[in-house]
Write a protein that binds this ligand. Structure first.
Ligand SMILES: [Zn+2]
Length: 114
């Protein structure tokens, strides 16, 4: 089983190959029409490759807001209010990486036929 080239969740039978030329471009697995559409836009801008690095940077930045929103709820504002955006991003990245790694591991272990 494969993971989605855009969001890292389990792929669900959606594929993208730039210009429908698997001899020239890599084929990417995706999870949904939504990620297929996003992946198509990324690949067209990026010589047929779905490279998430710009999107990941943006997504981590966009996650600061919901992260900050839950801090007062948990009484954690005093622990975080002096922290830099870079430190907050490291926390977010650690969570995202852990989540994505687990998804990949689970997807790979489904390939084992016993
Ligand atoms: Zn996806």
């Amino acid at each position: 089983m494969r993971v989605c080239a855009v969001c890292g969740r389990e792929a669900q039978g959606f594929y993208y190959t730039h210009q429908m030329r698997p001899d020239r471009f890599p084929t990417f697995s995706l999870c949904s029409n939504r990620c297929l559409n996003a992946g198509t836009v990324i690949a067209k801008r990026n010589k047929g490759v779905i490279d998430k690095s710009d999107m990941e940077t943006r997504a981590i930045k966009d996650t600061r807001r919901p992260f900050a929103a839950i801090l007062p709820e948990l009484g954690l504002m005093p622990a975080f209010h002096d922290r830099s955006a870079e430190e907050i991003d490291r926390l977010i990245e650690a969570c995202v990486d852990g989540f994505a790694e687990s998804m990949k591991r689970q997807a790979l272990s489904d390939d084992i036929p016993f």
